[in-house]
Each structure stands twice: as structure tokens, then as C-alpha cells.
Design a protein around this ligand. Structure first.
Ligand code: ADP
Ligand code: ADP
Ligand code: MG
Length: 656
């Protein structure tokens, strides 16, 4: 057995791999970027080596730096986790050349499956069913358009080198094809340095069902059943479960056998996942299934498989990498009960799941029967903009599906997380949705049930405003109102509160686009608030039961369970700034890189027109014009790095 392991990753997966390694008595070595010096995975490791600046290409993706860290620390093996270098054949080779064990398949297996076009060609040969489509070498737009027509619309364009749902475009008819192709190719080029695409028939009611594989160096290959990952947004998994609801044992055996054939055809060693797309319109989970791709690594959602099979897949990986036989043969792999995982992300479901970042101001994980939390952050840590916005995977196991869903829902409601905007409430609602509970799922679920799952813009109640005011008073140490006021509050703004004078002042708050100004007065018996919305003389008392208020900079976050409302506390000095930005300026919603400026000074634009494309947190974001007008100035070009809030371009009002 290997005795030391470097984990070439960060976040929850680094922490999770270390947990098993430690249990097996293996020395663990973390690598980290300068942004992660204080991260949980660094604290948990026996040793840690800095591999470079925050940018992933300079740190976690920097092969030389990672290999150098392995050499310097005397690591016998490297576990790549998922993402980053995990599916990089050149890295697997470089490890071998350096005499370090790569915990994963051979470079040849990675290559065989790393490219969607090559993988489909190989699977065709192995007799694994494929989605009708084109995966040829000829990439001339005309040829691709012709192939799309032959396949029949709608089609799906996919980046051949793609992953993580990037570079995919649905095309519903021939006229859209050229534009969609160009944009898919541009995204693929930027994300993977390779703009080749494949085209597939787009299935309208698909389920994503994948099979967990394992191979060893003795030539044994087994499967550990399937996972259903049909709940997705933007082609990325959000909720995963095992077994697949509604799948018959006969079909389970068939899809397992197809996955084994796929893995055997490339002499697969280690953990891998064969992803299938199932045409659920014709038979639910038992509908026709087609090979989609194989991920030659440990998958994000591997815990659901671990929970139903009672295995530790990281332990299996480390044993196989050490040359041992698979711990169990196919007959001895059994499943018990049902498991479900939800990916808790820092993202805003109501803004099309726009990734968010920020500090975890308050964090308390739930506990309970059958609950497992895999995370890489602790209270006070930050979700950084440079990396994936995954905060944690919350997983529940139970004797049956209903119990597992119920347990995860309860845990989701119990989770106390304050800080960046998250999908917590969205996940809680999805887990309790009657259609989901009934198992009526396909990959359109989230889009179709959007209105039920997205938080309706709740108006700010007076009760919540009063809670915010109580918090502000308490923060200022006005303990005549609230006991337990914090005298060491971070309050450092010059204001007109003076002890021993008639206490009155004005507080400016903002909720969404609504300004709320409050006149506060202390009549000697307590504080009264006059609200600009007309309600007068409301008493400001203690914080209402069940509501908590937290401050993150100038944002006051009110929370009652999984739901949060945010009030901006406007400080007079900053108001000037705020007014200025509102002119005709468009600012970056988050730090990122400009992919393309689609307009130039002097261009006329219409409301909603995309004027710039920004890449941030591994995704492209379209910046659109808020109103008709003329572009006065464009401040950034393709390739420029921008900070959050920075003005990207300026519009002049339409000159009539
Ligand atoms: P899984 O298939 O294991 O559920 P995802 O497809 O969501 O995982 O991808 C796992 C992680 O790896 C995500 O953070 C995703 O952004 C990243 N990822 C996937 N494929 C690639 C790739 N080819 N290059 C870089 N990152 C990738
Ligand atoms: P990635 O490498 O980004 O994971 P996949 O090929 O695995 O790409 O596809 C990701 C997701 O896109 C699938 O889980 C599925 O929801 C959707 N998808 C892929 N192929 C098709 C298809 N032919 N028809 C409909 N949806 C598809
Ligand atoms: Mg996939």
C-alpha cells in the first residue's frame, strides 16, 4: 500500500480524499494556491505546499508545480480529485515519468475517453449504443450544418473536448445553426483550447443515468450500479440519487453490462463513470439508453453510490493504485436503501444561477440520521471567485427513497448558512416538490418547475425592517432597547447618534430597487420608527423569534430558515457613488474576464441586446443593455480582467 499521497485539488474533494487516506494510515500532502493558504484542505493535511498564485492555470493546473511539490514532499502517489488535472493524459504520463503513482486510469484510457468524438467512435466499435449524431473530423461549418440537417432538428452541439456542461448549444432549426455553432466553438476554444464539436440528436425528455465502474490491474471490471442525475441546470447536475427511480432490475443489469463493455474496451483501471442518456419519453428509466461519455475519474456524486453499497470508493482507488485486486467481485456488490445528494452552491437561482462569492458569515451544518456533509469550508471561510462555487454536498441515505428525500429536505431546512447567496432554499423546495417525490423527473425538471422553485420576490415586511433596525441599534450599543448589545461592534461610521441628546436620526436602507428611509426617534421609553412607506411609529423592539440578522459589509442579511432577504445599508458618503453608476453605465456583476465586446462606441443598441460577454467562475455571462441607446464608450476589450462593480461600458440615452 502506498504510504504518502499528494492531493492535487482543493475544496470538498481534497478534504474527502484526505479523510480516507488518513483512516488508512497514509501521510497526506495538500497543495494550495495563494488564495487558499487558510483553506480547510490545507489545515487538514499532514503537510501543505503552495503551488502558485490564485489563478488555477498558475497553481492547481500547473503540472510542473504540482509534480515539484510531490517530489519535494516525497509523495508516492498523486490523487487528482475531479476537475483540474484529473482527466489530463499528459499529467498522468508526467507522473509516470517522475516515478509517482497517478491514482487513476492510464494516460491511454484518459485519451480514449477525453475526447467526445474519439470516445463515441471507440464505443461504436465496442457495440455500445450511441445517440444518433455526427462525430467526424470534418469541421467545416457547411458540412456540420449538413450533418445537423441529416440528424434532424433539434440537435445539440457539444464541444468535443468539453466538460462541465460548457460549449453546448441546442439548435431548433437550420437558421439558428450558424450562430450557435460559432458561439459553441468560441466557448470551447476559450475553455478547452480546442474548438472541435460533435453534433447529437437532442432528446426532448431525457434522463441522465450513469453507471459507476471500477477496474483493477488484474483485468477485473465491475460496476456499482447506477445514479440518476437528471436534475440539472445548465447541463450541470444539481441533485443526484441512486438507484434510478423506476428502473427495473432487468434494465439495471443491461445498462451495467453495457458500461462494463465500454470500460473493458479501453482496459480501464480505477474509478470511472459511464454516462448514458435515456430517452424517458419512451419508457421512463427503462427507455432506450445511449452512451454519452465516460468520465475517467472519481465523480462529484460518488457519495450516493458509497451510501447504497456501503463502500469507500476512495479506498478502492488507493488499493487499486497500489496494485491490489478489487475489494469485491460483482456478485458481492449489493445495494441497500436509497441515497440522494444535493449540491449546495454559492449562486443565485433567481438570476439564472449566476455564481456568487463571499464570506460565510455564519455556518452551522445540520446533523441527523443518515446525513453526510462533504465540504471544504468552515464558518468564516470565503467562497473565492477563482474556483467552482460549490460549498458542500449534502447527502442523505434511508431505507427507501421517500425517507432519503425527507431526510435531505429536513437537513436542508435546518442548515444555517449566511453569507453569499446560495441555492439552499431552491434545493429545499426541489426536494419537497410533489413531482420530484413522485419520481417524475427528466433533465427539464428545473426549467419546467422554475416558478415553483424560484423564490418569488417577497416584499420586505415591516417586521423584517424592524428586525434590521433592532440589529443596527444593538450594534451601536443601545442596550436600553436590547440587552446584550455588542459594545465592540464593527460600527465605524460617523453618524449623528449622541448620548444624552434627543435621539433621532435617519437610516437609509435599500431592498432591491426600493429605497426605504426610516426616521428613528427615542421618546425616552423606547425607539419608534417612521417608515417612508407611510407606516408611522412602529416600536423597535427585540429581534423577532426565529429571525436572525447578520452583517456582511454594508449588507444586512435577514434569515428565517433557508430563506434570506438582503438589505443594503446606505451610508451617506457612498451615496454619491451609487448615483453616478446609475447613469448609463453597465458594471461587471462579478470579477471576471472579458470574452468579447460586441459593440463599439457610436453603435446603437436596443434594450436587452447583448453588448459584452464576460467569463467568470467557469461560465460565460451575457451583459445586456438595460435600455435603448447609443454606446458612448467601451472601457474593456477581450482578454481584460475586470473587478466586480467596475464600469464596463457607458450608454448615452437615445438622442431623439
Ligand atoms: P461530475 O460529472 O463528476 O458530476 P461535473 O461534470 O459537474 O462532474 O464536473 C466536475 C468538476 O470538474 C466541475 O467542477 C467541473 O467544472 C469540472 N470539469 C469537468 N470537466 C472539466 C474539464 N474538461 N476541464 C476542466 N474542468 C472540468
Ligand atoms: P459534459 O461533458 O459537459 O458533462 P455530457 O455529454 O455529459 O457533457 O452532457 C451533459 C448534459 O447535457 C447531460 O447530462 C444531459 O442533461 C445533456 N445532454 C447531453 N446530450 C444530450 C442529448 N443528446 N439530448 C439531450 N440532452 C443532452
Ligand atoms: Mg457529462
Amino acid at each position: 500500500m502506498i504510504s504518502s499521497l499528494l492531493i492535487a485539488n482543493r475544496g470538498e474533494i481534497a478534504v474527502r480524499v484526505m479523510r480516507t487516506a488518513r483512516r488508512m494510515g497514509i501521510r497526506t500532502i495538500a497543495v494550495y494556491s495563494e488564495a487558499d493558504a487558510g483553506a480547510m484542505h490545507v489545515a487538514e493535511a499532514d503537510e501543505a505546499v503552495c503551488v502558485g498564485p490564485p489563478s488555477p492555470t498558475e497553481s492547481y493546473l500547473n503540472m510542473e508545480a504540482v509534480l515539484g511539490a510531490a517530489r519535494d514532499s516525497g509523495a508516492e502517489a498523486i490523487h487528482p480529485g475531479y476537475g483540474f488535472l484529473s482527466e489530463n493524459a499528459a499529467f498522468a504520463e508526467a507522473c509516470q515519468e517522475a516515478g509517482i503513482i497517478f491514482v487513476g486510469p492510464s494516460a491511454a484510457s484518459i485519451r480514449a475517453m477525453g475526447d467526445k468524438a474519439a470516445a463515441k467512435a471507440a464505443m461504436e466499435g465496442a457495440g455500445v449504443p450511441l445517440v444518433p449524431g455526427y462525430h467526424g473530423d470534418d469541421q467545416t461549418p457547411k458540412v456540420l450544418a449538413g450533418e445537423a440537417k441529416k440528424i434532424g432538428f433539434p440537435v445539440l452541439i457539444k464541444a468535443s473536448a468539453g466538460g462541465g456542461g460548457r460549449g453546448m448549444r441546442i439548435v431548433r432549426d437550420a437558421v439558428e445553426f450558424t450562430d450557435a455553432l460559432a458561439s459553441a466553438k468560441r466557448e470551447a476554444k476559450g475553455a478547452f483550447g480546442d474548438d472541435r464539436v460533435i453534433i447529437e440528436k437532442y432528446l426532448e425528455r431525457p434522463r441522465h443515468i450513469e453507471v459507476q465502474m471500477f477496474g483493477d490491474t488484474q483485468g477485473n471490471v465491475v460496476h456499482l450500479f447506477e445514479r440518476d442525475c437528471s436534475l440539472q441546470r445548465r447541463y450541470q447536475k444539481v441533485i443526484e440519487e441512486a438507484p434510478a427511480p423506476g428502473m427495473s432490475d432487468a434494465r439495471r443489469a443491461e445498462i451495467g453490462a453495457a458500461a462494463i463493455a465500454a470500460a473493458k474496451s479501453i482496459d480501464y483501471v480505477g474509478a470511472g463513470t459511464v454516462e448514458f442518456i435515456v430517452d424517458a419519453a419512451a419508457g421512463g428509466a427503462d427507455g432506450p439508453f445511449y452512451f454519452m461519455e465516460m468520465n475517467t475519474r472519481l465523480q462529484v456524486e460518488h457519495p450516493v453510490t458509497e451510501l447504497i453499497t456501503g463502500t469507500d470508493l476512495v479506498e478502492w482507488q488507493l488499493r487499486v493504485a497500489s496494485g491490489e485486486r478489487l475489494p469485491l467481485n460483482q456478485e458481492r456488490i449489493t445495494q441497500t436503501g436509497h441515497a440522494v445528494e444535493a449540491r449546495l452552491y454559492a449562486e443565485d437561482p433567481s438570476r439564472d444561477f449566476l455564481p456568487a462569492a463571499g464570506r460565510l458569515v455564519h455556518l452551522q451544518w445540520p446533523a441527523g440520521d443518515g446525513i453526510r456533509i462533504d465540504t471544504g469550508v468552515r464558518n468564516g471561510d470565503s467562497i473565492a471567485v477563482e474556483y467552482d462555487p460549490l460549498i458542500a454536498k449534502m447527502i442523505a441515505h434511508g431505507p427507501d427513497r421517500e425517507t432519503a428525500l425527507h431526510r435531505l429536505h429536513a437537513a436542508m431546512c435546518e442548515l444555517q448558512l449566511v453569507g453569499p447567496i446560495t441555492n439552499q432554499a431552491f434545493l429545499a423546495d426541489a426536494l419537497a416538490h410533489p413531482a420530484f417525490i413522485e419520481g417524475e423527473i427528466d433533465t427539464n425538471f428545473i426549467a419546467e418547475h422554475r416558478s415553483a422553485l424560484l423564490p418569488t420576490e417577497a416584499s420586505m415586511s415591516n417586521a423584517n425592517i424592524l428586525a434590521a433596525l433592532a440589529f443596527l441599534l444593538e450594534e451601536r450599543g443601545h442596550s436600553q432597547v436590547l440587552r446584550g448589545g455588542d459594545a465592540h461592534s464593527p460600527w465605524n461610521i460617523t453618524d449623528s447618534w449622541r448620548p444624552n441628546l434627543p435621539a433621532r436620526d435617519r437610516v437609509e436602507l435599500q431592498y432591491g430597487d426600493t429605497d426605504i428611509s426610516v426616521d428613528l426617534m427615542n421618546d425616552g421609553r423606547g425607539w419608534q420608527a417612521n417608515l417612508s412607506n407611510g407606516d408611522s411609529s412602529l416600536p423597535v423592539g427585540q429581534l423577532p423569534e426565529g429571525v436572525a440578522v447578520y452583517r456582511d459589509g454594508h449588507t444586512l442579511i435577514l434569515t428565517d430558515g433557508p430563506r434570506q432577504q438582503r438589505l443594503t445599508h446606505i451610508v451617506p458618503l457612498e451615496q454619491a457613488d451609487r448615483g453616478e453608476g446609475a447613469g448609463g453605465g453597465l458594471s461587471a456583476p462579478m470579477p471576471g474576464k472579458v470574452v468579447q465586446a460586441l459593440v463599439a462606441a457610436g453603435d446603437s443598441v436596443i434594450r436587452g441586446q447583448t453588448v459584452m460577454i464576460l467569463e467568470a467562475m467557469k461560465m460565460e455571462h451575457a451583459i445586456s443593455a438595460p435600455a435603448d441607446g447609443v454606446v458612448a464608450d467601451v472601457f474593456f476589450n477581450a482578454g481584460d480582467q475586470v473587478d466586480e462593480g467596475v464600469e464596463l461600458l457607458r450608454l448615452a440615452k437615445d438622442s431623439e
